[in-house]
Design a protein around this ligand. Structure first.
Ligand SMILES: Nc1ncnc2c1ncn2[C@@H]1O[C@H](COP(=O)(O)OP(=O)(O)OP(=O)(O)O)[C@@H](O)[C@H]1O
Ligand SMILES: [Mg+2]
Length: 327
């Protein structure tokens, strides 16, 4: 059985005057999978999401959501998806519960359904105690969760999330990841943008790396890491006096050994686990004491540096762009 992809970007472009915010981007998101759009500030992530969710009209190209064309069938597209924008869009002077009620009536959802769904969503997002407080008394993380609850009210099969965890503390972030994984296990398709490599690594089946409006790499997290180079075996010695002898031993196992004297750390290029066990065996018989020995794969951050010449998260998360809601 073949099903249409949940989301397709087809040579999408958006130019603002001389700024090519998005400059010919294509990708396909299979149903029930997670696509991570990864890129630094200004890469074009939000602009891509806005076009695919019909909030912004492409300069050229098109896209499909649940098989519907974003230009010709915007109403059907909107009915098939939910969006949590980069800036929270909850109504500050309403309580959490009232926010969901308002959205429910805007969508024309049955009242009983909204009531039950609200209880379910608040329980899932740990907002039960705060349900009857005005949203302006919520912390940033609570607002983000309320925002997500609002986008999930109509149980959309496809969910777009624009930097869902930016500004959250590590605990709230991993809490949200857990909820998102749960949604995916129930069959929801996710398209999420992020500047956090770790987030893309945790959640995404497929990652599209964008920079300056263009796709600079795409693949699974593992494929991208493989592109950034080989794995390496990292050894930390207990005694600085062993550095030279250890370097010699490691050189007999690997073509390239890098020595950091200060931290007593030696790194050898490795093909995989086999090389690690070989190096471990050599040290075992040498009598050299080790603090640590392990296999390190390139991180997605290394991937980014390799592809763009700069680190992904260096710019910080400052973004004053105000998102509009569908109008
Ligand atoms: N309405 C607009 N008018 C003019 N330029 C815009 C507009 N919206 C976005 N841009 C520009 O398009 C480029 C891409 O912006 P976009 O918001 O899509 O980036 P982003 O990847 O979401 O960045 P961030 O991580 O900071 O949210 C930027 O150079 C931005 O200044
Ligand atoms: Mg953005």
């Amino acid at each position: 059985m073949t099903t249409a992809p949940a989301v397709e970007a087809i040579d999408l472009a958006k130019h603002f005057g001389a700024t090519r915010a998005v400059d010919g981007v294509s990708f396909v998101v299979p149903e029930g999978s997670v696509l991570g759009l990864l890129g630094p500030n200004g890469a074009g992530k939000t602009t891509l999401v806005r076009m695919l969710t019909t909030l912004s009209v492409p300069t050229s190209g098109t896209g499909r959501v649940a098989g519907f064309d974003i230009l010709r069938q915007p109403t059907e597209v909107r009915r098939s998806m939910g969006l949590t924008g980069q800036a929270a869009t909850v109504d500050e002077i309403l309580t959490g519960r009232e926010n969901l009620k308002l959205i429910g009536s805007l969508y024309g959802l049955p009242r009983k359904y909204v009531k039950d769904a609200t209880e379910r969503l608040f329980a899932r997002f740990d907002l039960v105690d705060a349900a009857d407080r005005m949203a302006k008394t919520y912390s940033g993380g609570m607002r983000r969760r309320l925002d997500l609850a609002v986008s999930l009210l109509a149980a959309p099969p496809i969910l777009f999330l624009d930097e869902p965890t930016t500004g959250l503390d590590p605990q709230s972030r991993s809490g949200l990841w857990a909820v998102l994984r749960e949604l995916v296990s129930e069959g929801t398709t996710l398209v999420l943008t992020t500047q956090y490599l770790e987030e893309a690594d945790h959640l995404a089946d497929e990652i599209v790396v964008v920079d300056k409006g263009r796709v600079i790499a795409a693949g699974t997290p593992t494929q991208l890491k493989d592109q950034a180079g080989q794995a390496s075996v990292v050894v930390t010695l207990t005694h600085a006096s062993d550095v030279d002898r250890a370097a010699e031993l490691m050189s007999s196992c690997s073509a390239e050994v890098h020595v950091e004297r200060g931290s007593r750390r030696l790194t050898a290029q490795a093909g995989g686990l086999g090389d690690m066990t070989r190096i471990a065996a050599v040290f075992e018989t040498s009598g050299i004491e080790l603090d640590d020995l392990g296999l390190a794969r390139p991180s997605l951050d290394d991937v980014f540096l390799h592809l763009t010449g700069h680190r992904a998260e260096a710019g910080g998360a400052a973004d004053l762009t105000n998102e509009g809601v569908a109008s």
